[in-house]
Design a protein around this ligand. Structure first.
Ligand code: CP
Ligand code: NVA
Length: 302
C-alpha cells in the first residue's frame, strides 16, 4: 500500500523518529541511492524557491531524477483534470510532489495516483516545512514535550501545520492572531481531541512570553495578494521585533519559513539577529525531505 504525506499527521511517531534519524545522518554526510532509477514529478501550481530546489537537489542526491511540471508548461494549465494527470504520472514516476491552492486538489491527486503524493504546500497546510522545523528545534532543544512555542501572525497553512504537530511532539502551542485571521477551527478541534495543548490569544506578548521559539510568516500568503493592503492594516501590532523577542526564554530562537517581509511580520533586526535560525530551517528542508522520500518510496520497485 502506498503512503501519502498530505499532513504531518499522516506519519506515526515512530516514522517521524526514523525520518529525523535519517535526516540527521544525511546532514552528517551519509549517502544513499534509495531513488536510483526512480523519477519524481514535482507539480508546482504556485511559486517556490526553497521547496522546489530542496526537492530537486534531494532527489538528485538520492540518485533519482526530478521532473518539474508547471501549469504554463503542462496540460494541467490547459484544463486536463487532476484525476487524468494522476493516473498518467503514476505510470512514469515513483512519487508526486505537489504545491497547489485548495487542499482538495492534492487530496484528489492522492486518491487517483497509485504512487506516494507529498504535500509541498496547499492553502491549508505546509507539512514538509513544519516537519523540518520540528527537526530543527529538536536538534537544538532535544525533547519538545512541555516546551512553549509561540506563533504570531496569520492563522494560515503554516499555523495549521504547527497545530497538527503539537499533538505529535507534545509542545504547548500559543497562537496570537488578529481577530478574524485565526487558524482553521476543524484542525484545532481535531488536534485538541488528540491531546494537543493549544492556546489561541489576541496579544502577541502572551504567545512570545517564555517561549523557546517565536514563529511567524507572511501576512498575505500566495493567492491572497489582493488582500495585502487590508491585511497590512489588520496585522499592525503583530510584528516580531526585539521588544517581543525580549519576552521569550533567554535561549529562544526566531523562526520563519521564508520568504520574509522585513518591516511587516518581522523586523530587520530580529531576522538578522543571532537568535534567528531561518537559514538553518531552510537548509534542513533538504535533509528532512530526503529522509521522507526514502521512507515513502522504499516499498515501490520497478
Ligand atoms: N518556505 C518555503 O516553502 O519556501 P518556498 O515558497 O520558496 O518554497
Ligand atoms: N504562508 C505562505 C508560506 C510560503 C512558504 C504562503 O502560503 O504563501
Amino acid at each position: 500500500m502506498k503512503k501519502d504525506f498530505l499532513s504531518i499527521t499522516d506519519l506515526t511517531e515512530n516514522e517521524i523518529m526514523h525520518v529525523f534519524a535519517r535526516a540527521d545522518a544525511f546532514k552528517k554526510g551519509e549517502r544513499s541511492s534509495a531513488l536510483s532509477s526512480k523519477s519524481v514529478v514535482l507539480v508546482f501550481e504556485k511559486a517556490s524557491t526553497r521547496t522546489r530546489v530542496s526537492f530537486e537537489a534531494g532527489i538528485s542526491r538520492l540518485g533519482g531524477h526530478p521532473v518539474v511540471l508547471t501549469p504554463d508548461a503542462s496540460q494541467m494549465g490547459r484544463g486536463e483534470p487532476i484525476k487524468d494527470t494522476a493516473r498518467i504520472l503514476s505510470g512514469y514516476a515513483h512519487a508526486i510532489v505537489m504545491r497547489t491552492f485548495g487542499h482538495s486538489r492534492i487530496e484528489e491527486m492522492a486518491s487517483w495516483a497509485d504512487v506516494p503524493v507529498i504535500n509541498a504546500l496547499t492553502d491549508l497546510l505546509h507539512p514538509c516545512q513544519v516537519l523540518s522545523d520540528c527537526f530543527t528545534l529538536k536538534q537544538r532543544f532535544g525533547d519538545l514535550r512541555g516546551r512553549k512555542i509561540g506563533w504570531v501572525g496569520d492563522g494560515n497553512n503554516m499555523a495549521n501545520s504547527w497545530i497538527n504537530a503539537a499533538s505529535l511532539f507534545g509542545f504547548d502551542l500559543w497562537l496570537a492572531c488578529p481577530e478574524g485571521f485565526g487558524p482553521e477551527r476543524k484542525i484545532m478541534d481535531a488536534a485538541i481531541s488528540r491531546g494537543a495543548r493549544i492556546e489561541l490569544v489576541g496579544d502577541p506578548r502572551d504567545a512570545a512570553r517564555d517561549a523557546i521559539a517565536v514563529n511567524t510568516d507572511v501576512w498575505a500568503s500566495m493567492g491572497q495578494e489582493q488582500e495585502a493592503g487590508l491585511r497590512e492594516e489588520k496585522f499592525k501590532g503583530f510584528q516580531v521585533d526585539s521588544d517581543l523577542m525580549a519576552l521569550a526564554a533567554s535561549n529562544a530562537v526566531f523562526m520563519h519559513c521564508l520568504p520574509a517581509h522585513r518591516g511587516q511580520e518581522v523586523s530587520e533586526e530580529v531576522l538578522e539577529s543571532p537568535r534567528s535560525i531561518v537559514w538553518e530551517q531552510a537548509l534542513n528542508r533538504l535533509y528532512v525531505q530526503m529522509a521522507l522520500m526514502e521512507l515513502l518510496m522504499q516499498e515501490r520497485n520497478g
